[in-house]
Design a protein around this ligand. Structure first.
Ligand SMILES: [Zn+2]
Length: 213
């Protein structure tokens, strides 16, 4: 049984996936991680994917699906699987559905965080020009504002983390994800969980939402 967990960059998906794996009995399956594993091990799939990525292109749906199918085959039947990074489009969602006799999608959950909050989280990152240490103005501030605790270097914001760049990234994410969420809504398995507040309470709601299916 599969639960698809989605959320924009900065929504806290990683933290919640960690909690679901540690306490919720879920096995995490990330297609991105599996892909990197193949590339590193130099398998035939990995060589194919590595060449595509070197050209700066996206790995094809077919290749990603064969990786997913292989990973699923390694897990015992009846396992609770938390799928991360897949599906990213309708073709991938349909491919996943072709496995429903053994691995049905029980729920697709969006960790929903308002845009304003996402921008605040993502644009709060500061990086030390001296040693590369990273901070966050709200969640992990340095002792003295703008100065690195470790080396006394100056902290600055990467161009990618500026609010305008962050907004562009979030637009791209939303545009790509919307059809997939719509797909699961039509199939009656879509739910939203508010991803604002303390991670423990978010986890509680998430867990209850999943068991409610
Ligand atoms: Zn430093």
């Amino acid at each position: 049984m599969i639960v698809v967990l989605t959320g924009a960059p900065g929504a806290g998906k990683g933290t919640q996936a960690e909690l679901l794996a540690k306490r919720g009995g879920f096995k995490k399956l990330s297609t991105g991680d599996a892909l990197r594993k193949h590339v590193k091990a130099g398998t035939s799939i990995g060589k194919l994917a590595g060449a595509v990525m070197e050209r700066g292109e996206l790995v094809s749906d077919e290749l990603l699906f064969s990786i997913l199918r292989e990973e699923l085959a390694l897990l015992s039947e009846g396992e609770l699987i938390l799928l991360d990074g897949y599906p990213r489009n309708i073709a991938q969602a349909e491919a996943l559905d072709s496995l429903k006799s053994t691995h049905p999608v029980k729920a697709a959950i969006l960790l929903d965080v308002p845009r304003q909050e996402l921008v605040a989280r993502l644009s709060g990152r500061r990086v030390c020009g001296g040693c590369g240490a990273t901070y966050h103005v709200k969640e992990q501030p340095s002792k003295v504002a703008g100065i690195c605790d470790k080396c006394g270097g100056e902290l600055s914001q990467r161009p990618d983390d500026s609010p305008s760049s962050v907004n562009v990234r979030l637009d791209i994410y939303e545009k790509a994800t919307r059809p997939v969420l719509e797909y699961y809504r039509k199939h009656g398995v879509f739910r939203e969980v508010v991803g604002v507040g303390d991670p423990e309470s978010i986890y509680g709601v998430l867990r209850d939402t999943i068991s409610g299916f």
